[in-house]
Write a protein that binds this ligand. Structure first.
Ligand code: BV8
Ligand code: ZN
Length: 247
């Protein structure tokens, strides 16, 4: 990851940050990159699995066709995550929750590192790799209490197959999750967008909703994204270096 010129925080942003009442933070894979979690588009090796682009292996169609393959894919990613720890970006965001009267943390990540850093009430738009859900009765169970490496686990409540409790492409987001995030975006006065390529919808519409509602939108990313042009400020660099600068 190239070390760009040392990013400084403008007086304007320091003031906006200091005066923020309703603060929304949206994160993507980039916030976990410095923890060693491969990103999807950053060439981190989870863009393709066994020759299949991740949008295919992580799709509703694949679940229909081959649930064991979907389990194998998420078991592999969970294996990568086991030993990984939150980084200073996760810790900075966790520290903000007691500083702001109204902070909403919305993530596209399924890795649980925000919660591991101490963030509470995280809106997980795309679910969690640490949970499984019954395909029939929606019973949820922590994967940590299940044997998942020998074929797909069965539901203890109705004996139907369990599936990873993540949102696959072509599937609806968890009931209420997007609506809650969108409502907070529509009433926030400050919106940080950290480590996302902003191409997956409806998650990428959250900063658009915040901007349309007059919020000050700040992007944190070492690279430009479709959001950069309409953000009020772009902080170019790694979240682990930049977020702690805001204190
Ligand atoms: C749905 C879980 C409705 C599984 C995921 C509108 C327009 C076009 C397409 C659509 C549309 N609406 C719906 C679609 C289809 C689709 C979609 O958006 N497709 C895209 C590809 C165009 N959306 C869906 O299918 C959604 N469902 O719409 O349902 C529906 C359903 C049925 C019937 C009617 C309607 C569901 C989408 C959710 C899919 N699941 N994840 C899994 O993890 O495998 S998405 C997954 O990919 C992630 O959760 C995340 O959302 C996305 C990856 O993006 P990022 O997190 O941003 O990661 P990426 O690698 O791309 O970028 C990393 C960034 O970090 C980079 O910019 C990099 O520069 C930066 N970075 C790197 N290092 C650092 C850093 N930044 C800061 N610090 C660093 N150190
Ligand atoms: Zn069940």
């Amino acid at each position: 990851m190239q070390a760009g010129p040392k990013q400084s925080i403008s007086e304007k942003l320091r003031r906006r940050f200091g005066d923020a009442n309703k603060f929304l933070v949206l994160t993507g894979a980039g916030v976990s990159a410095e923890s060693g979690v491969p990103t999807f588009r950053g060439g981190g090796g989870t863009g393709v699995w066994k020759g299949l682009p991740f949008e295919v292996i992580s799709s509703a169609g694949m679940l229909e066709r081959d649930l064991p393959a979907v389990w194998e894919w998420f078991n592999y990613r969970r294996g990568l995550l086991e030993a990984l720890k939150p980084n200073p970006a996760h810790e900075a965001i966790a520290g903000w929750q007691d500083r702001f009267r109204d902070l909403t943390l919305v993530t596209q990540n399924i890795d649980g590192l925000h919660q591991a850093a101490g963030s509470r009430e995280v809106i997980e738009l795309h679910g969690s790799i640490w949970r499984a859900r019954c395909v029939q009765c929606d019973e949820r169970q922590s994967v940590r209490e299940m044997k998942v490496d020998d074929g797909e686990p069965m539901c203890l409540a109705c004996a139907n197959p369990m599936r990873p409790d993540v949102v696959l492409f072509g599937e609806m987001l968890p009931v209420g999750a997007f609506e809650r995030a969108a409502a907070k975006a529509a009433s926030c006065d400050l919106c940080f967008v950290v480590g996302t390529s902003a191409v997956v919808y409806p998650a990428a519409s959250i900063p658009e909703i915040a901007r349309a509602a007059g919020a000050y939108v700040v992007e944190v990313n070492p690279e430009r994204t479709p959001l950069s042009d309409f953000s009020d400020e772009v902080l170019t660099g790694n979240a682990g270096n930049i977020l702690p600068l805001l204190g």
